[in-house]
Design a protein around this ligand. Structure first.
Ligand SMILES: C[S@@+](CC[C@H](N)C(=O)[O-])C[C@H]1O[C@@H](n2cnc3c(N)ncnc32)[C@H](O)[C@@H]1O
Length: 260
């Protein structure tokens, strides 16, 4: 029994319909960054890991030969299949698969993408090593994830807050640790971009995983631990009794070395 995978499936099965309608996921700025990083020329076989309700796969599909879109949660893939049909996208294959144990042969893909998901992965080095294995030499890995600031205190704070809110959260790293893990897996990092996700109203965000009012209160109290100097790092704004914030996001383009 894998408790982390079970928690992920439970969490995302409950909210698959929400993700299918989420503008943060369907339109977020990082989708454009990722497609730009991917340098598409129309000949690629792409793999989108943890595709969720499919928005990254949908952005790639019209520009490549084929996308294989995988996820741990069948309910998320069901939503993705419906949306792909509605959009008339026929070159996407959907498959249930964990990021840490890819069912594909070595060197099967020209491009691997993964967006707003690795903070749920129980073993990031294993995910990176599987990604490296399934890419052809010279192939690209383009990833986007929510990240923590480069501060021990804020890494502890942000992960504590995320885990209080959602028990399928595993760990958010700062960009420097992502870069190190990606390079240790054999990739060369070619480009990086640092941005924020869209501003979210705290009460909507904290409520959504089905938390009790006491749990929401506990998460809200944690936001009061931030100093005035730390608040801008999370774009914190207070308006009409609501607190708005945004997590930092990290986008990276990395290449598996070509054969010499
Ligand atoms: C926020 S959604 C992904 C959003 C999507 N990539 C996009 O661009 O719209 C996170 C997804 O990660 C999946 N996931 C979490 N842990 C996973 C794992 N270990 N292997 C595969 N998928 C996983 C969840 O099932 C969920 O569908």
């Amino acid at each position: 029994m894998d408790q982390i995978h079970d928690a992920v499936r439970q969490q995302f099965s409950q909210h698959a319909e929400y993700y299918a309608q989420s503008k943060v996921h369907s339109e977020g700025e990082t989708l454009g960054v990722l497609v730009d990083f991917a340098e598409l020329n129309g000949t690629e076989k792409a793999l989108d890991i943890a595709t969720g309700t499919g928005f990254t796969a949908f952005a790639l599909a019209p520009k490549v030969v084929n996308v294989t879109a995988t996820d741990l949660t069948p309910a998320m893939l069901d939503q993705a299949k419906t949306l792909a049909r509605e959009r008339g996208l026929r070159n996407i294959d959907f498959q249930v698969a964990p990021a840490e144990a890819s069912p594909f042969e070595a060197e099967s893909f020209d491009l691997v993408t993964c967006r707003i998901a690795p903070h749920h992965f129980r073993n990031v080095p294993q995910f990176l090593s599987e990604t490296y294995r399934v890419l052809r030499p010279g192939g690209l890995f383009c990833m986007v994830d929510s990240v923590c600031p480069e501060s021990e205190r804020l890494i502890e704070w942000q992960n504590r807050v995320e885990k209080l809110r959602d028990r399928s959260h595993v760990w958010g790293y700062p960009p420097s640790q992502w870069r190190e893990m990606i390079e240790q897996s054999g990739f060369s990092v070619e480009r990086e971009a640092h941005t924020h996700n869209a501003l979210q109203p705290f009460s909507w965000w904290a409520d959504r995983p089905g938390n009790s009012p006491e749990q929401v209160q506990q998460i809200r109290a944690a936001f009061d631990e931030l100093t005035p100097e730390e608040e801008p790092i999370f774009a914190i704004r207070r308006e009409a009794g609501e607190l708005y914030f945004a997590w930092p996001m990290y986008c990276v383009k990395a290449r598996k070395p070509a054969l010499s």
